[in-house]
Design a protein around this ligand. Structure first.
Ligand SMILES: O=C(NCCCCc1cc2ccncc2s1)c1cc(-c2ccc(F)cc2)cc(O)c1O
Ligand SMILES: [Mg+2]
Length: 214
């Protein structure tokens, strides 16, 4: 029984990144996935767009849907203010186990709460379980056919406030057509597309930034 791709990514982090240095963790994953084997991290090109949105929003409460190996988790958390918190949901327990190790290597355990489970099950529980009022920023990077139902669920659960920013990965590749249609045509959102490329490739992709207007 050989290793899995997430295990190989963790090994690359432990080999090439400095403990407690989130930037070196991000770089180690990008180097490995660009030169050794592709993996579904948001990557460096789209990651720079994520960085600019996080820096602009200055969120104190962040929700990430889809952790995988915690590349974007670490990238976002490294930009947050001291009292800010990030909750990240991961469905796959093997991914979650690797993600916890990557988060620990980056030294960001105190900022990040990793929750194992399905978004549809956990979103209705976030207020009660974690004392969350509303989120300032939500990064959608999980099952592409869950972006729309989970956005409607977040609205229903009162987890959005006027000004909450939804930032969605992969709106072109693999694509989230129903979600794009909703946020671009709803009076409740002001939406903007950031053209980019699928991580580590020249395939078209992009991020959609949608501000909830209430
Ligand atoms: O599926 C992707 N990402 C979601 C993984 C699903 C993990 C989940 C997390 C979670 C948490 C809570 N509830 C339910 C769920 S389900 C994904 C796929 C590609 C891609 C692009 C071109 C390809 F040829 C092949 C793959 C690129 C990307 O950037 C992705 O993000
Ligand atoms: Mg993605």
């Amino acid at each position: 029984t050989g290793s899995t791709r997430p295990q190989r990514i963790l090994r690359a982090v432990q080999k090439n990144a400095t403990r407690g240095d989130p930037c070196s963790v991000v770089k180690a994953i990008d180097d490995y996935c660009r030169h050794k084997e592709w993996a579904m991290n948001v990557g460096d090109e789209k990651g720079c767009i994520v960085d600019s949105v996080v820096s602009e929003v200055k969120p104190t409460a962040v929700l990430e849907l889809g952790t995988y190996c915690a590349y974007s988790t670490v990238r976002i958390a490294s930009l947050l203010s001291p009292n800010a918190k990030l909750i990240t949901l991961e469905f796959n327990s093997d991914y979650a186990a690797i993600a916890r190790e990557v988060i620990a290597w980056a030294g960001l355990q105190d900022k990040i709460q990793l929750v194992e489970g399905a978004s549809g099950e956990w979103i209705p529980r976030l207020k009660e379980e974690f004392g969350i009022e509303t989120f300032d920023l939500i990064f959608l990077d999980h099952w592409k056919d869950r972006y729309l139902p989970d956005t409607k669920l977040l609205e229903k659960c009162g987890l959005l406030r006027p000004g909450t920013v939804l930032l969605a990965d992969n709106v072109i590749c693999p694509g989230t057509p129903d979600y794009l249609d909703y946020v671009r045509n709803s009076q409740q959102y002001k939406s903007k597309f950031f053209k980019s490329h699928l991580e580590y490739t020249q395939e078209e992709d992009g991020l959609e930034k949608s501000v909830f207007l209430g």
